[in-house]
Design a protein around this ligand. Structure first.
Ligand code: C2E
Ligand code: CA
Ligand code: CA
Ligand code: CA
Length: 273
C-alpha cells in the first residue's frame, strides 16, 4: 500500500492535477499543517455486534487544506511518510485522540480509543514517551488507548520494536494488528507480537457473500483470535448481509459504514461512545 501511495503521488493525484499544486508546494503546506491547526480527527465507532453498543472509536485524520479543501489520509499520508512529517502528525493525532477520549468517560467509562501508528513511528524510541505524555496529560487510563499497527509495519519488527511493544503492553496500552490478513503474517509472528486485537481487513468482509474463501478467512481469523485470547473486529461492514454473516461467524465486534461513518465532532455526534 505504501508503494502504491508513493507512485500515486509521482503520477499526480486528482487533487494535485485539478489545482496544479506541485508536490513541493504540498510538502511545504504539510509542514505548516500541524502548527496552523489544519488537521482534524474524525471518529468511527467500533460496535458490539450482539448489542450494537459502541465500545470504541477509531481516530482517522483529515487535512483541511487551505485551497484544496478536506483531504483524506490517502491524499497526504504517503507524502508525510516520505518526508518524515508523519512523526509530528502521528504525535498530534495521539494527543488529540486522548483528549477526545477523556471527554467520553462520563458516558462510557469502559470505552477505548484507537489510533493508527505509522511504521516510522514504531521504529522511534520516543513513541513510549509520546504515548505516556498524551494519556497522562489527558487524564486517560493507558488501557483506554489502543495503537493500530499494520502487518507491514510489524513485519519490519526488529528486537527493539518488539521490546517497545512489550513496554507499551506493560503500560496497559492495547496493540491491534490492522488490516489483518493482507500482509505477510505468519502464525509464528502472532506468537512474537504482544497483540491484544486483530482487525479483519475489509477486503474479506466485502467478499463475504460471494467468495467462500473470504468467508473461511473471516471464520478462521475469528477462531484464531478466540484461541489466542485476542479481541477481534470485522472492518468495513457496509450491508445488513455482511452484518448477518460476521455475526453468524461469531465475530464479536464490527466497524463500518453500516454502524457509522467517520464524522467530525459536532456533526452526527453518534460516533463516539
Ligand atoms: P485504516 O486504518 O484501515 O482505516 C479504515 C479506513 O476505512 C478509513 O479510511 C475509513 O474511513 C474506511 N472505512 C471505514 N468503514 C468503511 C466501510 O464500511 N467501507 C469502506 N469502503 N471504507 C470504510 P480513511 O479515513 O480514508 O483512512 C485510510 C487509512 O489512512 C487508514 O486505514 C489508516 O491506515 C490511515 N490513517 C488514517 N488516519 C491516520 C492517522 O491518524 N495516522 C496514521 N499514521 N494513519 C492514518
Ligand atoms: Ca486502522
Ligand atoms: Ca484497517
Ligand atoms: Ca487500511
Amino acid at each position: 500500500a505504501k508503494a502504491a501511495g508513493k507512485s500515486a503521488y509521482r503520477t499526480c493525484t486528482p487533487a494535485l492535477r485539478e489545482s496544479a499544486v506541485s508536490r513541493a508546494e504540498l510538502i511545504a503546506d504539510l509542514r505548516r499543517a500541524v502548527d496552523e491547526e489544519q488537521l482534524r480527527l474524525e471518529f468511527q465507532p467500533i460496535v458490539d455486534l450482539a448489542t450494537g453498543a459502541v465500545r470504541s472509536a477509531e481516530a482517522l485524520v483529515r487535512w483541511r487544506h487551505p485551497r484544496l479543501g478536506m483531504l483524506a489520509p490517502a491524499r497526504f499520508l504517503p507524502l508525510a511518510e516520505e518526508t518524515g512529517l508523519i512523526l509530528p502528525i502521528d504525535r498530534w493525532v495521539i494527543h488529540e485522540a486522548c483528549r477526545a477520549a477523556a471527554t467520553w468517560r462520563d458516558r462510557a467509562p469502559e470505552a477505548t480509543v484507537a489510533v493508527n501508528i505509522s511504521a516510522a513511528h514504531l521504529r522511534r524510541p520516543d513513541l513510549i514517551a509520546t504515548v505516556t505524555e498524551a494519556t497522562a496529560g489527558a487524564g486517560l487510563a493507558p488501557r483506554a488507548l489502543t495503537l493500530e499497527l499494520t502487518e507491514s509495519a510489524l513485519i519490519e519488527g526488529t528486537e527493539a520494536v518488539l521490546e517497545r511493544l512489550r513496554q507499551l503492553r506493560e503500560l496497559g496500552i492495547g496493540i491491534a494488528i490492522d488490516d489483518f490478513g493482507t500482509g505477510y503474517s505468519s502464525l509464528s509472528y502472532l506468537h512474537r507480537i504482544p497483540a491484544t486485537e486483530l482487525k479483519i481487513d475489509r477486503s474479506f468482509v466485502a467478499r463475504l457473500g460471494t467468495d467462500d474463501r473470504a468467508y473461511a478467512t473471516v471464520e478462521m481469523v475469528t477462531r484464531l483470535a478466540g484461541a489466542f485470547d485476542l479481541a477481534v473486529v470485522a472492518e468495513g461492514v457496509e450491508t445488513e448481509r455482511q452484518h448477518a454473516a460476521v455475526t453468524a461467524i461469531g465475530c464479536p465486534r464490527g466497524q463500518g459504514y453500516l454502524y457509522g461513518r467517520p464524522d467530525g465532532p459536532g456533526t452526527v455526534g453518534q460516533n463516539r461512545p
